[in-house]
Design a protein around this ligand. Structure first.
Ligand SMILES: Cc1ncc(COP(=O)(O)O)c(C=O)c1O
Length: 421
């Protein structure tokens, strides 16, 4: 029996409509930008396996560091104990984040990094005797699948079964030239109730790679700062080079109070989450009163193997060759869109750094569940390319080690799809 058949008998996959589920492809190996199935067929991972992989699959340097760590210390309780990897990773990351970020809190994945950030904000006010429980977020946001993260995400098919159980959030439109002043005055009106503003900086990934301008984000962040509203910068997707700079917040001047990381943190090797914050957030929990403690801790908090993978990934990320690759991908994407921008099947195209999104002309049906999405998905799969359209939006965000030849192959498959699908 094949791996796919055995899988269908025992596995419940995420985001899969079970009644119509096709057997998944059994992947047994990865190398560079490619993963290989049971029969040896290769697939270019043009979406970095749900946006996590930044240096390519089974990178030998990361693998070696992880193996060394496994033989030294696989895990230790992170309450009352610490270990070199956790400290070194925090020191090295804080050194490349905005100056204000002073403390690191480890968890397990992107959603938990968000939960920690939300709790930090809510309890920051609680610890000071202030009732500020409302959270400001963007419409169509996506911050994860746990209940707090779902609450601050836009209401959608993903949340529909739970909407009545999610806490109240004030949702605002993405900022633009026309609405920025209105958004600012709305924030001023409710500032005394607001615990924080949480946002995906520059790109709303799951919403369909929706992009907005850094100057508008800057205007909103600066306004929140001046009105005393805490800022949670969710860099789970945008962190580690995706937007062309190390972090999306490097495109703005105002510094966030809290930042969240996961996905690229370990280079795509394993699950890990990190929430960083400023000294004044930390100080609001610093007290003899036990009730002011942040009561949050996962069993695998600061797992030494995840720290080793992250440190190895950081070594690779800070190698100037990686930034050159990022710049190369940015330029190649730009040249490709120049070439195809007039195509009649393209309703819209947009790019932020290494993220390129092309919106297919559909004549109305832009649903995430549209048949077009499935056609495109299988078209690319047949060509050995993993591209998972979000509805009618095809996006590429490859590992930074992708070669020009591989990029050319993806671009020409997209051109063929534009002409035939
Ligand atoms: C911006 C953003 N925040 C949070 C998350 C949740 O991360 P995870 O899937 O690791 O829980 C995601 C996942 O796609 C994301 O894109």
């Amino acid at each position: 029996m094949s791996l796919s058949e055995r899988d269908l008998r025992v596995i419940w996959h995420p985001y899969t409509q079970m009644q119509t589920a096709q057997p998944p492809i059994g992947i047994v190996r990865g190398e560079g930008t490619c993963v290989f199935d049971e029969d040896g067929k290769s697939y270019i991972d043009a979406v970095s396996s749900w946006w996590v992989n930044i240096h390519g699959h089974s990178h030998p340097y990361i693998a070696q560091k992880v193996a060394e760590q496994l033989l030294k210390l696989e895990h230790v309780i992170f309450a009352g104990f610490t270990h070199p990897g956790a400290v070194e990773l925090a020191e090295r990351l804080l050194a490349i984040l905005p100056d204000d970020q002073k403390k690191a809190f480890y968890s397990d994945n992107g959603s938990t990094a968000i939960e920690v950030a939300i709790k930090m904000c809510l309890q920051y006010w609680h610890n000071q005797g202030q009732q500020r429980t409302k959270i400001l977020a963007f419409k169509n946001a996506y911050h994860g699948d746990t209940f707090g993260a779902m609450s601050v995400s836009g209401r959608s098919a993903f949340t529909a079964a739970f909407d009545s159980l999610l806490f109240e959030v004030e949702f605002i439109d993405l900022p633009n030239d026309d609405n920025i002043e209105n958004l600012k005055s709305k924030i001023s009106d409710i500032k005394s109730q607001l615990a924080c503003f949480i946002f995906e900086p520059l790109v709303q990934g799951s919403a369909g790679m929706i992009m907005y301008e850094a100057r508008h984000l800057e205007a909103l962040m600066a306004h929140c700062k001046s009105e005393g509203v805490l800022l949670i910068d969710d860099e789970v997707f945008t962190g580690f080079g995706r937007t062309g700079k190390p972090f999306a917040c490097n495109h703005v001047q105002t510094q966030p109070d809290i930042m969240c990381f996961s996905k690229g943190l370990t280079g795509g090797t394993m699950a890990f989450g990190l929430t960083t914050c400023t000294q004044y957030i930390y100080d609001a929990f610093l007290s003899d009163d036990k009730m002011k403690t942040l009561f949050h801790g996962h069993s695998y908090t600061a797992n030494p193997v995840a720290c080793a993978a992250s440190l190895a990934s950081l070594d690779l990320f800070l190698d100037p060759a990686t930034q050159q690759s990022i710049d190369r991908i940015v330029a190649r994407h730009r040249a490709f869109t120049e070439k195809i921008k007039g195509h009649q099947r393209i309703a819209n195209y947009r790019q932020t750094g290494t993220i390129l999104a092309l919106e297919w002309q559909t004549g109305g049906n832009t649903s995430y569940f549209s048949g077009l999405r499935d056609k495109l998905y299988h078209f690319f799969l047949d060509k050995g390319i993993i591209l998972r359209p979000l509805g009618n939006i095809v996006y590429i965000l490859p590992p930074y080690c992708i070669t020009d030849t591989e990029l050319d192959y993806i671009y020409s498959a997209i051109e063929e799809a534009l002409d035939t699908i």
